[in-house]
Structures are given as structure tokens and as C-alpha cells.
Write a protein that binds this ligand. Sequence first.
Ligand SMILES: NC(=O)c1ccc[n+]([C@@H]2O[C@H](COP(=O)([O-])OP(=O)(O)OC[C@H]3O[C@@H](n4cnc5c(N)ncnc54)[C@H](O)[C@@H]3O)[C@@H](O)[C@H]2O)c1
Length: 422
Amino acid sequence: MKPEIAIIGAGYVGVPLAQVFADAGRRVVLVDVVQDRVDQLNRGESYIEDVPSAVLGKLVEGGLISATSDYDILRETDSILIALPTPLSRQREPDLSIVLNAVREIAPRLRKGHLVVLESTTYPGTTREEILPILETSGLIVGADFSLAFSPERVDPGRTDWTTKNVPKVAGGITPACTERAAELYGSAIDTIHRVSSPEAAELTKLLENIFRSVNIALVNELAILCDRMDIDIWEVVGAAATKPFGFMSFSPGPGLGGHCIPIDPFYLTWKAREFGFYTEFIELAGKVNEEMPYFCRSLVSQALNHAKERSLKGSKLLVLGVAYKPGIGDMRESPALKLISLLNNAGAEVSYHDPHVPKFSDHGLEMTCVPYEPAAYDCVVIVTDHHEIDYDQLVDDAQLVVDLRNATGAKGTASEKVFKL
Ligand SMILES: NC(=O)c1ccc[n+]([C@@H]2O[C@H](COP(=O)([O-])OP(=O)(O)OC[C@H]3O[C@@H](n4cnc5c(N)ncnc54)[C@H](O)[C@@H]3O)[C@@H](O)[C@H]2O)c1
């Protein structure tokens, strides 16, 4: 039976989205350029931690999910959802080339009745100014012949309470009828749909959410640096403020931003704002503070070694515990661990890492393999990502020295003389 929905980009966004539609009985085809990924998916093997192979396998067997690298499949589907990467260029400007190349593949295959939705995070105006003109090279007219909308993906990989299915889906179409088509499609599988008046409103909604996080993380990071000077425990302060039932939302300090979204997306808006002679100062300031954090964390490790062991970074054996950008997943994209490891290496330390989710990685000029978990064998263990698989109470007992950048060691760490916290 032919698939109803095509999802272009079988990654962190595309695969969970396919599962949600398939769970609702819709037939989905994932379109991806990487043949290995296509073959794995068709064998029912998942490489996305949020969608276990056992679940994917059943949906593939039942004919609800398939995968292909052939864009011609789009001719057979009713809807085309785009979930492709939107990175920054080396000059930190939006790089829409992956999305636009895919849209150039869609245009010749577009037919009457098609719904196209962009899910990738981007600046306001992308759907109307960049996607629409390419689709209209087909000779078809938006609103009359086909529908076009933007609906941001809000998935938080590794999270189980809020998933693609129960996080409300925001959708804004080029025309009201486009919005309705998108709402109808998502409404068949996702619990709540929130309609907005335009793709621009939907595009900016996603950016506001990510900028909100970036700015608030920067605020608490700045306070963490001040607290270090004032000898106040930032974790205690954040925990106490979080007892206020209204008007405060808790954010944690850390070694820096990570992931595909928060370090990158805000700069999509910064770039677009320049067209309007506007400077997004909060975004720039937050970026500056957050980018400084790996440097501050390096100095914490250096101080800890100095005070506790009368050692310098140079020649010390360090174990970085957790390198993924957040707990529970193996995603290394933009992980602050990469910067911190490079800085520690540059200072002459001998750095190894352990991460239950990352067997090896090659990024930022680093090529590393996970070592066995033997905390006692190192001069200092640096907790960068607080994966739940580690027993942190036991770590405090076993390690010679700990620098805890996530408050993973809790009260026991606070009470211990060999634990230095951010
Ligand atoms: N990962 C997240 O947590 C998250 C959350 C919300 C929004 N987003 C946004 O969603 C978008 C997609 O992100 P992701 O994390 O799923 O990316 P990803 O890198 O995990 O997946 C993208 C997939 O697209 C494939 N691909 C690349 N070029 C292609 C092409 N021309 N045709 C077909 N497939 C192609 C890649 O092989 C890969 O499988 C981005 O804009 C991102 O900002 C991501």
C-alpha cells in the first residue's frame, strides 16, 4: 500500500515523528540521502535512542513505516514534511542549503493536493521567501493547488514525559486553508494543535523558545561565576529560588551550551534582524557568556588540582565523565565537552573520557574512544554530563578528586572536601 506521509530527513526529529504517525495508523515513508540509514530503518533497526528497535521493527513489519533514498516516492504521498538540518555556516550565518536542495527535489514532483510542511528550525520568512518560490517553479499555486505551512518540531531527545505526541504542535500556513490542512494532518496523530496566523509567527515561536533557554542559561552561568568569587553555592541558590511557586523558572548552570538547537538557532534570528537594522543584543550577550563557560570550567579544574593535590593541569591524568551534550542520550553535536577536552589537552593534561552512551567520537579535531569506568585511576574526575547510569555517591568515595560541573554529586559532594563544584 502506498505511503500517505513522506518525512524528509530520518534523524532525531524525523524518526520519532514517523513513529507518532505510524502509531496512529498512518503510513509513513522516511526519505534520507544516507543509504545506510535507509537500509537500517527498513530492517527495523533504530539508531535514534527515543525510538527503540523493538517498536520500530513492529511498525516496519506492519507496513506503517518504510524508508527510501528515492525522492520519486513523494509523487505517491499526500503530505511532505521536511525535517532536515539547519546549521550555521563557518561565518555563523544561516545555512539553508540542505533544506533548499531538498525543496528543489520536491518541486518537480509536486502535484495538486500536496501539503508541504517545513519543520526545521529557521528564521521568520524562510517558508514564504525561500521555500515558496522554489515550489511555485512547478507552475502550481499555493492555496489553490497545494498547501504550504511551517510547524516547528519541539522534541527534546531523551525525554519521556513530553514527547512528539503530547507536546502541542504549533502550525502556521501561507493561507488559512494551508493552516487547516496542516492542523488536520498533525491532529490525526498529535494530541493538541495550536494554530497561528502565518508561517512567520510559527517560525519565530520556535526561536523564542530556544532564545528564552539560551538567555536564562546565560544568566545563571554568569551568576555561577560571580558565586565562585563570593563563595556562595549557586546550586543552593537556584534550588531555593525554585521553591517560589510563581514568577521563577529554574535553569541550571553548566559547562556551556550543547546540541543542535540552543547554541545555533538564536543566531538565525540575529542574522535576519540585521535586514531590519536591528541588533538582537540579548542573543549576542547570552552567546558570549555561554561560550565563556568551558574556559571558566578549565580554570575550576586547574584550581581543584592546585588546591587538593598541589598539581598543575600539565601532566595530570583526567577522566571526563559524560561527553554527550545532555544526560540519557549519545548526541555529541556542539557538546561543551568537546571544547573543554580541547582546552584541557592544550594545557597539557592527559584526558580520557567515559560515557555509557558514546563508545567513541571524532569531532573538533578530537578522536577518542570511551575508557572503562575506573575513577580511582585518575588525578581528577570531571563530571561534564550527569548520565543517570553512574552512581555518584560511590564516585565521591572512589575518586581521588572530583570537579562536578552539574551538581551530580548533590549533598554528598557539597560535604566532601575532594569535590569542587561549579
Ligand atoms: N534534534 C533536536 O532535538 C531538535 C529539536 C527540535 C528541532 N530540531 C530541528 O529539526 C531539524 C532537523 O534536526 P535533526 O536533529 O532531526 O537532524 P539530524 O541530523 O538528526 O537528521 C537529519 C537527517 O537528514 C538527512 N539528510 C541530510 N540531507 C538530506 C537530503 N538532502 N535529503 C534527505 N535527507 C537528508 C541526514 O542523513 C539525517 O538523517 C533542524 O532544523 C533542527 O534544528 C531538532
